[in-house]
Design a protein around this ligand. Structure first.
Ligand SMILES: *Cc1c(COP(=O)(O)O)cnc(C)c1O
Length: 362
């Protein structure tokens, strides 16, 4: 897929570099490329989900603001529905954040390597992207440099745990950054469930009106295919999100599925605990392979330096039907793969396959 020049000439000039997104989610036996929940919904929820979805009236438009879901989330967080905006996946909310608070000629601070969507959407919307690179050695954020950049920024994009490196941002550092800017600060907590308790920045929204925390049902909560995420912030910021969003972007099936998940959050605890222990087991096993460097991280994935990453990814897929993410093109990530933590058997297969490939490559 490529946009022909004749068509590209008709598009807005700031879109000159864009090509159609095709996540190359090749179908294969072991999917460790997108940080999904490889178990799916807990068995205990399957019947209830079928019943809930069967009752959905698809001839009617959905509730634009997903108020049923907002109320459940608010009760869970000890907040009010005015503190929450629901979106068609976290990605839509990132787009809406930049649509509302970024735009042409405005400054967006990004800390690469980070979630690729940030830079993509920011540039699509004509924002000036100010990059504050993470440390080459361990991908820690350069907080002093972020504070300086934040002082003249309209939007600051932070990720904790970070994708693809897995680093957490300290809450004190997030507070410092909030104090340093007159713009809006996003803390993307897509992977917060896999981090130690007390790592979240949600409670800081009481202190900082312009702080936005992002959560998603796609990673820990097994609904990547349903597309649902939410932001938590002050009512004023939430109203700005509500003003720019496409009114019916969160469909009725998705709202019903997400409501069910919120009502049964505790059913996911065994999966989350297992993923955290598998992450440690996998990190040890991978670090044992000669030539592999594992970066410690707090998501449901590991960043791993293997050397010839593109070739290793292709061989994992072609010879072992295992899909991982080649992130070697991301800033500071030369030679690196991002590998999701899957089921124990899948993780074992990945470790064995990677060991074999790297022995042969040597
Ligand atoms: C996966 C992810 C999201 C959101 O994903 P959605 O499926 O769009 O909800 C947001 N931020 C980061 C860093 C992610 O990795």
């Amino acid at each position: 897929m490529a946009i022909p020049d004749s068509i590209r000439a008709l598009m807005r000039p700031e879109l000159a570099e864009l090509e159609p997104y095709d996540g190359s989610l090749a179908s294969c036996d072991v999917m460790l490329a997108a940080n999904e929940n490889n178990f799916g919904l807990p068995m205990s929820l399957a019947d209830e989900l079928s019943r809930a979805l069967a009752e959905v009236e698809l001839n009617r438009y959905p509730d634009p603001l997903s108020n049923g879901l907002r109320d459940l989330l608010a009760a869970e967080l000890g907040l009010s529905r005015d503190n929450i905006c629901v979106g068609n996946g976290g990605d839509e909310l990132i787009y809406n954040l930049l649509l509302a608070f970024g735009g042409a000629g405005r400054k967006v601070v990004d800390l690469p390597p980070s979630f690729a969507v940030y830079g993509l959407y920011a540039r699509m919307l004509g924002c000036e992207v100010v990059e504050v690179p993470r440390a080459a050695e361990d991908f820690e954020a350069d907080v002093d440099a972020v504070v300086v950049a934040a002082s003249s920024a309209d939007v600051v994009l932070l990720t904790s745990p970070n994708n693809p490196s897995g680093n957490l941002l300290a809450r004190e550092d997030v507070a410092r950054i909030c104090e340093a800017t007159r713009g809006v600060v996003l803390v993307d907590e897509a992977y917060i469930d896999f981090a130690p308790a007390g790592s979240s920045c949600i409670d800081l929204i009481e202190r900082f009106e312009r702080l936005v925390v992002l959560r998603t049902f796609s990673k820990a909560y097994a609904l990547a295919g349903a597309r649902c995420g939410y932001v938590i912030s002050s009512p004023g910021v939430i109203d700005a999100f509500a003003a720019v969003r496409q009114p019916y972007s969160v469909n009725r099936l998705t709202q019903a599925a997400a409501e069910l998940v919120v009502r049964h959050r505790e059913d996911f605890a065994p999966f989350i605990d297992m993923t955290i222990s598998e992450r440690a087991r996998m990190a040890d096993a991978l670090a044992d392979i000669e030539g592999v460097r594992v970066f410690p991280g707090w998501g449901n994935f590991l960043l791993v330096r293997v050397g010839p990453a593109t070739e290793v990814r292709a061989r994992l897929l072609g010879e072992h039907s295992i899909l991982v993410r080649d992130v070697s093109g991301a800033p500071g990530c030369a030679g690196c793969l991002r590998i999701s933590v899957g089921k124990p058997t899948e993780n074992d297969m990945l470790v064995a396959a990677l060991r074999q490939i790297l022995e042969e490559e040597r």
